[in-house]
Ligand binder design. Structure first.
Ligand code: NAD
Ligand code: MG
Length: 394
């Protein structure tokens, strides 16, 4: 059976891996639409490779280049936020949501209108507006299947038992590039060093989040929304080999774990397939060749973002929205070399405490979450030192 598929974030790391999975199964999928951010030529290329019906670029300025690059192919195109929403809302069996950051929320939410299933990579959607997003998904009867490797593993481990018998669900972290660095070394780390992930090859924002361990914190919040588990039943374990992705400990002490080689094509194929497995000719896990797997507790002293995210999860309500927005601004500033590594957690902490003093009602809709997101961004931006003006440098 051929299913129609739309890929949001088709030019990114997850998007490209998704294209590889789709091309390995040309009869299983028909690509309806592809969405990209700024790179018109890269989007045109993936649209051609996949034979998409429609391509939408977020950056309006690239619209003409996209149209020209697709001329003669019969592939329709559009540019700007309206075109992105149009692509997301087109009739499709599956929408794979892999835009990075909170920019992915509006299109992913829009996709709930006409998709049967969302294969979700864009964790920020759930961190920013999890309660409202999941409520809308339930109301519209849209299934959400996780692409994030830890959640994909947890989904299968959880299926081995009953939710009430889960004592603890654990997601693993490779530990990122600074796992063995001292606090003093980390404090001086450049964005380039933070981007050198030891295991995964990913987009720039999630790379920095992996170095701070904020990614794992966002994933705890993501797991809470996907699986209905409270903070007290969620935990993180550092596992540098990144073979075991998620573990469920049951009330009798038994543990069910999900393992795979660290290749995003594995969870992507599974999330696209939904039920059952989509066969993939990928290298197989050879535990004897690996020999040893190691585990350690995360060090929240060197990686304070993880404890900030845990606190936001425990606080609930609008706090994860605040944490997520502050983090995006701080990560952008760090990548632009405007702040140092530990300023990321410093800024997130200051913004969270500013907003925790205010009574913010629960966010009943995605629109309310996005409005708060904007307000938090403005507050966070005020904490970023202004770039040194050329005139002052002299
Ligand atoms: P990436 O930066 O490589 O790709 C992001 C994609 O989104 C690109 O196609 C980009 O053009 C597009 N995009 C950016 N801004 C946009 C906008 N405003 N409108 C429309 N499109 C826009 O990122 P990635 O590593 O592929 O990650 C994507 C998402 O998947 C993130 O939420 C990330 O946390 C999640 N994720 C990634 C991995 C991984 O291994 N890369 C693993 C798990 C989860
Ligand atoms: Mg992950």
């Amino acid at each position: 059976m051929t299913r129609s598929l739309t890929i949001l974030g088709a030019t990114g790391s997850i998007g490209r891996s998704t294209a590889d999975v789709v091309l390995a199964h040309p009869d299983a999928f028909r690509v309806e639409a592809v969405v990209g951010g700024r790179d018109a030529l890269a989007l045109a290329e993936v649209a051609r490779r996949l034979g998409a019906s429609f391509a939408a670029l977020a950056d309006e300025r690239g619209g003409e280049a996209l149209r020209q690059a697709l001329s003669g192919t019969g592939i329709e195109s559009g540019a700007g936020q309206a075109a992105v929403l149009e692509a997301a809302e087109r009739e499709a069996d599956i929408v794979l949501a892999a835009i990075s950051g909170t920019a992915g929320l509006a299109p992913t939410h829009g996709a709930l209108k006409s998709a049967k299933r969302i294969a979700l990579a864009n964790k920020e959607s759930l961190v920013c507006a999890g309660d409202a997003f999941m409520a809308d998904a339930r109301r519209l009867n849209v299934e959400i299947t996780p692409v994030d490797s830890e959640h994909n593993a947890l989904e299968h481990a959880l299926a081995a038992g009953l939710n009430r018998d889960v004592e603890k669900a654990v997601i693993t972290a490779s530990g990122g590039p600074f796992r063995t660095w001292s606090r003093e070394q980390i404090a001086k780390a450049s964005a380039k060093e933070a981007s050198a992930h030891p295991v995964w090859s990913m987009g720039s924002k999630i790379n920095i989040d992996s170095a701070t361990l904020m990614n794992k914190g966002l994933e705890l919040i993501e797991a809470h929304h996907l699986f209905g588990l409270g903070a007290e039943r969620l935990d993180v374990l550092v596992h540098p080999e990144a073979i075991v992705h998620g573990l469920v400990q049951w009330t009798d002490g038994a543990v069910t774990a999900g393992l795979a080689l660290p290749d995003m094509k594995v969870p992507i194929a599974n999330a696209l397939q939904g039920e059952g497995r989509l066969g993939m000719e990928l290298p197989r896990l050879d535990l004897a060749a690996i020999g040893r797997l190691s585990f350690e507790r995360p060090d929240e002293g060197r990686f304070p973002c993880l404890s900030l995210a845990k606190a936001a999860l425990r606080a609930g309500g609008a706090m994860p929205t605040v944490l997520n927005a502050a983090n995006e601004i701080a990560v952008e500033a760090y990548m632009a070399e405007a702040i140092g590594f530990y300023d990321i957690s410093e800024i997130v902490e200051r913004v969270c405490s500013t907003f925790s003093g205010r009574r913010i009602s629960t966010l009943a809709t995605v629109a309310e979450a996005l409005a708060l997101d904007q307000e938090v961004r403005a507050t966070a931006r005020r904490l970023i030192p202004a770039p040194v003006e050329a005139a002052q440098v002299r």
